[in-house]
Design a protein around this ligand. Structure first.
Ligand SMILES: [Zn+2]
Length: 222
């Protein structure tokens, strides 16, 4: 009789342990779906687990630069931002497309944030440029370098560093987000001189940004 009681207690104990493990797996799986998965789980699920913010410049606020025929910077920015998100999702990352003055930007925490803009339609120029916060973190600088190199290699567009403004170097989003979030702003090209590229090859522009993000996220800190 006594032996049976012990066996029953052991059985009950095993059941409790089993249920605890099951509950742990379930809760980890839930948080993975919510985007804040622990790295061991990302590895298990084969996902990168990166959380990445993408600001679609001017979106939700104004049109940005405008061409005489009505083509706006904001529509290009959003198109490319959504393609970046799509390509990142395919890599198992958790991207979030944000508006220019998105309330979620306050204290925003992510593995990286990229803001997407396009330069003027008024001047006949071609080329792209990248900036991170002036005097900001080394990580943000490293992200900017990765974007310079990879966007250039993917798109074939020339660099245009002469037109980097203080609006880029002191971009308002840089000062809203958490200082732990490496962030950079990219101007994909000029609405004037790069119009054909921007309107006809948004996927390639997006691929350049994704390649820059991968360069940053997959290379360990020096
Ligand atoms: Zn802009």
């Amino acid at each position: 009789m006594r032996r049976r009681a012990v066996q029953r207690t052991q059985g009950l104990l095993l059941l409790v342990i089993g249920l605890t493990i099951l509950a742990g797996i379930l809760s980890a799986w839930r948080s993975a779906r919510a985007g804040d998965n622990p790295s061991w789980l990302s590895a298990l699920l084969g996902s990168s687990g990166w959380r990445i913010g993408i600001v679609a410049g001017h979106h939700g606020n104004d049109s940005g630069a405008v061409c005489p025929d009505g083509l706006t910077e904001a529509e290009i920015n959003l198109q490319v931002a959504e393609r970046v998100a799509e390509q990142l999702r395919a890599l198992g990352a958790t991207p979030q497309v944000l508006e220019e003055y998105d309330p979620r930007l306050r204290g925003y925490r992510a593995d990286a944030l990229v803001a997407i803009h396009v330069d003027s339609c008024a001047v006949d120029l071609t080329g792209f440029k990248v900036a991170s916060l002036s005097g900001g973190s080394q990580e943000a600088e490293r992200l900017a370098t990765c974007l310079w190199d990879n966007y250039e290699a993917t798109t074939g567009l020339p660099r245009h560093p002469d037109t980097i403004t203080d609006d880029m170097r002191y971009y308002h989003v840089f000062r809203q987000i958490s200082s732990y979030t490496p962030a950079a702003i990219i101007e994909l090209g000029f609405l004037s001189g790069d119009r054909a590229f921007l309107t006809e090859q948004p996927d390639r522009a997006a691929a350049g940004i994704v390649a820059g993000l991968r360069c940053f996220l997959e290379t360990p800190e020096p």
